[in-house]
Design a protein around this ligand. Structure first.
Ligand code: 9MJ
Length: 670
């Protein structure tokens, strides 16, 4: 064996030890779990090939956490186990096959499926129904006494109910719900204190407080998932029934737990939970399948640290390490200059990511990021990938500071910083090709004039070919020029022309929104139209008239006044009207005709009789506000087919849910 292998093993051991210390003792991890898991896997593989390199102090030789002398040690009545992992359906199917072989049976195996909570494993011992002590997993055999903090968790009973055993050692996961995590990090930011990397660290940090009044404020929660030991009681013979037994004693059980008749139902469960992940009120990092029959569990037994009858099916990692290769500056519709990170491609959150938003220069300062840095990138759900933090000790000597350009990268006009704001803007206005293109794309977009077929790519081509310079030119496009464009067949040219013609018939709110006035979104556009009724009235409204309208403040009113005082904009509007853009007069609805006034609605799932946008317009007409996310302020959720996480969340919060049929009944004219 070469000394380079020995060196490699030593450097892996030392890196993992550092990460363990940061994770378990400081509650402040510096690298994503995926990176840690990779190093550990590499070390295990090397130690398997070269067993002579295994030392007693190798991080591979212990289960989970490091013990901290601050807390009293507690020897677990039976060892606290960990779980083996699979990362793919195929690996799970292979696991299921292995179980069938071991059990020497060909019939289906029934499993209990549980979300894999991303918290901290604990064991709680109840003697004669009274909470006696609680301990962390520690190294699996000996944990830390955290009874004083566990007692402060509202959902943990200090006394069991019903026909409980004389002794019960129950295991579960302590976690911090997402809402509590967001709140403590927000408070910490405001006070200039350290923020927690994720809810799991926040939960761990709360349990390792000496002063229980701190943990008490942290709104921790718990779900139990197994029994370590129970005396003087007959337990049911399957895992799911045992969980129900725990529930009957007053111990909280995760409501998402289900029984699956076989391996394929397990995989459907995985998909369903993965889809709903964002809507769950707590973080999970996968699901756990457990053989349901206790008799089969006993036949299968245990490997070193984990039961052979259970497996965690992990979700794709949401955080990964990669390198920042460059930062480009993009110019938006209103001239705002946004730094965009170009990354070494990395597989994260189930897709390959090579770009991430950096928001603005303040964000770059906050992260302290430089070109060449190794960064942690996070992609959760469908949210745009973000850079979470920088691994500073991996910064190369040739790393480059990121500077905002002094002139616009597209039109070379000066870049200006808005007073008191993090935003830099190109001062070129519609002289700037980027702003011009973006404003035309916005005009044609679905929520604005809804010109089908006139998408971003075609707008780029039309502008580059100088066929379109302002939105008015869209209505003057010669058919023969359109046909000549690359990849534009006669049929598609005619379709686009028909869509352009159709878009002439619109509504006043859509038209105002389409103009792209700064900070005038759909809701403000609708309020303007409903209150002032005509485009002339809106164009002539004073700052004070505008500020009197619902939801319009000083800044937005200023943007509206300045938009309509610009000659260029006035001309564009007149020309649009003269080429035939028109809309029906606004019907003035009295308050009694707006029965949903003051209510906030959310729409989710697929509607069959109208588009989501039409439903939104109808709701706004009836006075409702329409929001994109469910919260305690939501009045009603309109749920179409295949509604997912928003429906789950609404149900959890006890919010009224109606289906499309019931919604249509509400509409006066459908
Ligand atoms: C979590 N973390 O949610 C187990 N777990 O079972 C669930 N962990 C587990 N089960 C045996 N649901 C060892 C660990």
């Amino acid at each position: 064996m070469s000394s380079s292998i020995e060196n490699k093993v030593n450097s892996l051991k030392s890196a993992i030890e550092d990460y363990n210390y940061q994770y378990y003792v400081l509650d402040a991890p510096t690298v994503p779990d995926a990176e840690y898991d990779r190093l550990m896997k590499e070390l295990i593989e090397l130690e398997t090939t070269y067993p002579e390199l295994i030392s007693k102090d190798s991080p591979t030789q212990k289960v989970g956490g490091k013990l901290d002398s601050t807390f009293q040690p507690i020897i677990h009545l039976t060892p606290m186990l960990s779980l083996d992992n699979v990362f793919s359906s195929d690996d799970f199917l292979a696991f299921d096959k292995r179980l069938k072989n071991r059990l020497e049976r060909d019939e289906k195996i029934e499993f209990t499926c549980e979300p894999k909570l991303d918290g901290l494993a604990i064991s709680i011992v109840y003697r004669n129904g009274i909470l006696e002590f609680a301990a962390t997993r520690g190294d699996g055999k000996v944990g830390e006494d955290v009874t004083h903090n566990i007692r402060t968790i509202a959902s943990i009973p200090l006394k069991l109910r019903g026909n409980f055993p004389s002794l019960l050692d129950v295991r579960g996961e302590v976690f911090m719900p997402k809402s509590a995590f967001e709140k403590i990090n927000k408070d910490a930011l405001e006070k200039g204190e350290k923020v927690f990397a994720n809810p799991r660290n926040a939960a761990a940090g709360s349990l390792r407080q000496l002063d229980p009044s701190i943990a008490a404020k942290r709104q921790l929660a718990v779900y139990f998932y197994s029994i370590g030991s129970a005396e003087s009681v007959e337990l049911p013979n399957n895992h799911y029934q045992r969980l129900m037994q725990l529930k009957s004693w007053g111990l909280p059980i995760c409501p998402e737990i289900k029984v699956a008749a076989d391996e394929s139902e397990c995989l459907s469960y995985y998909q369903r939970i993965l889809q709903n992940r964002e809507g769950l009120p707590y973080e999970i990092d996968g699901v756990v399948y457990k053989v349901n029959s206790v008799e089969q569990q006993q036949l299968l037994g245990y490997v070193a640290k984990a039961p052979r009858w259970a497996i965690a099916h992990k979700f794709p990692a949401q955080e990964e390490l990669t390198k920042l290769i460059a930062v480009d500056f993009q110019v938006g519709r209103t001239g705002a200059i946004t730094p965009v990170a170009r990354l070494e491609p990395v597989f994260v959150g189930g897709v390959t990511v090579s770009n991430a938003t950096l928001h603005n220069m303040d964000e770059i300062d906050r992260l302290g990021v430089q070109v060449g840095d190794t960064v942690i990138i996070r992609r959760a759900g469908d949210v745009i990938p973000q850079i979470v933090s920088v691994i500073e000790n991996k910064r190369p000597a040739n790393a480059l500071k990121i500077e905002i350009p002094t002139v616009c990268p597209v039109c070379s006009s000066d870049v200006e910083r808005e007073t008191d704001q993090a935003i830099y803007r190109c001062s070129g206005g519609l002289v700037c090709d980027a702003q011009k293109k973006q404003s035309i794309k916005h005009y044609a977009s679905r929520k604005a004039m809804d010109i089908e077929g006139l998408g971003d790519k075609l707008v780029d081509i039309l502008c580059d070919e100088k066929l379109v310079d302002t939105v008015v030119d869209i209505y003057r496009l010669p058919r023969e020029s359109l046909i000549k464009l690359e990849r534009m067949a006669e049929k598609s040219a005619d379709n686009v022309l028909a869509a352009i013609e159709k878009s002439k018939s619109t509504t006043l709110p859509k038209f105002i929104y389409a103009l792209g006035i700064r900070e005038v979104g759909e809701v403000t556009a609708t309020n303007l139209a409903n209150k002032l009724l005509t485009i002339e009235a809106i164009a002539n409204a004073s700052q004070a008239d505008l500020e009197a309208i619902k939801d319009i403040g000083e800044v937005v009113a200023h943007h509206i006044v300045s938009f309509f005082s610009n000659e260029y904009n006035k001309n564009v509007i007149n020309e649009l009207i003269s080429v035939g853009v028109h809309w029906p007069e606004i019907e003035v609805l009295s308050e009694s005709e707006q029965p949903l006034l003051g209510q906030t609605w959310v729409i989710t799932g697929t509607l069959s009789q109208m588009s989501r946008n039409e439903a939104k317009q109808q709701l706004m007409k009836l006075g409702a506000k329409v929001s994109g996310s469910v919260s305690s302020k939501t009045h009603t959720l309109l749920a179409g087919e295949s509604a997912g996480s928003k429906l789950t969340k609404a149900n959890d919060l006890g919010i009224k849910v109606i289906d499309e049929e019931a919604f249509i009944q509400l509409l006066p004219s459908f």
